[in-house]
Write a protein that binds this ligand. Structure first.
Ligand code: AMP
Length: 299
């Protein structure tokens, strides 16, 4: 079963205590789509400018991602600049230049509309909703967002949350979204905004998943070398949604498994800048790391 992914395809400038990289491949849809492609075929909807390097298009093509929905418009590609201190949990946004995303009006290719699983990766909630309006009865709609949209497009985001099945946010976003300092309370409050499943990503501290009846908690796989946390959340989401598409089951068991697969995928994203490591990951690498994770958490 394929998945439809919409979000940003970006050129990022990232500073970490280990160094700085300029105009490297990034974007919420990029990380999500590449991650999901390890499990299932992916249809991508996004926009880039004329300055978007061909080598990055080839990278996406080589992962088998369908690019019919990737538009190339006059203007510059979306750019994000972020800086991490020694605490890798929250980047400081230095600049967000929407560029071609500022006027993006997505038209979903006909062949994409029948997708049963739709992932609205982090991008303007109005664009997320425009995509949702064009698909035929998807079974699962998941969405991500970030502080930028919580602060600048709160009402549009709240409207969108009423229409999704799964909301994925990180710890800081969860707290900001509902004005809460306790994560358990925040998870429950987000459930009340509409989505039946709420996933809160806690970086190196793991993940929480909330529904009316259950709370699931898992630690993260232990990594010793983290170079660039950019895209971890998006990579998690791609692995999560890709796994659900692969197993074609939507219940508490498959959701819990998907959370673990998503977490494993995220570990590959942070071990190098941009998608340098993630792009090389295969199902065999995922299986190996999953087995180590099982040993780590078994008791
Ligand atoms: P993550 O680290 O998983 O939260 O996502 C990082 C990615 O999100 C980067 O590669 C950025 O290009 C992208 N990004 C940053 N700000 C925004 C924004 N306001 N809208 C859409 N994508 C963004």
């Amino acid at each position: 079963m394929s998945v439809l992914v919409v979000g940003s395809v970006a050129l990022d400038t990232i500073t970490t205590p280990f160094g700085k990289a300029k105009d490297i491949l990034g974007g919420s849809a990029t990380f999500s789509a590449v991650s999901a492609s390890v499990f299932t075929p992916v249809d991508l909807v996004a926009v880039v400018g004329r300055d978007f390097p061909k080598k990055y298009i080839n990278l996406l093509k080589n992962k088998g991602i369908d690019l019919t929905g990737l538009k190339k418009e006059k203007g510059k590609t979306f750019r994000w600049e972020g800086e991490y201190g020694w605490d890798f949990s929250n980047p400081k946004t230095i600049a967000t230049d929407l560029n071609v995303f500022g006027k993006f009006d997505p038209i979903i290719p006909k062949a994409y509309r029948k997708n049963k699983i739709v992932f609205l990766a982090n991008i303007d909630p109005e664009i997320q909703e425009k995509v949702l309006n064009q698909v035929d009865k998807p079974k699962i709609v998941a969405c991500d967002t970030m502080n930028y949209w919580i602060e600048t497009k709160r009402n549009q985001l709240l409207k969108l949350l009423k229409r999704v099945d799964i909301c994925l946010v990180n710890e800081a976003e969860a707290k900001e979204l509902v004005g809460e300092t306790n994560l358990v309370k925040a998870g429950k409050k987000i459930l009340k905004l509409g989505p039946p499943i709420v996933i809160i990503k806690k970086g190196e501290h793991g993940v929480l998943m909330f529904s009316q009846k259950h709370i699931f908690a898992t630690p993260a796989y232990l990594l010793e070398s983290v170079y660039d946390p950019t895209g971890a959340g998006d990579t998690f989401a791609g692995g999560f949604i890709g796994y659900l598409a692969k197993v074609k089951k939507y219940n508490q068991k498959s959701l819990r498994e998907a959370v673990v697969y998503g977490s494993i995928m995220a570990t590959f994203a942070v071990e190098d800048f941009s998608l340098r490591k993630l792009q090389k990951i295969t199902a065999v690498d995922v299986r190996r790391r999953l087995n180590k994770f099982k040993k780590l958490t078994n008791f």
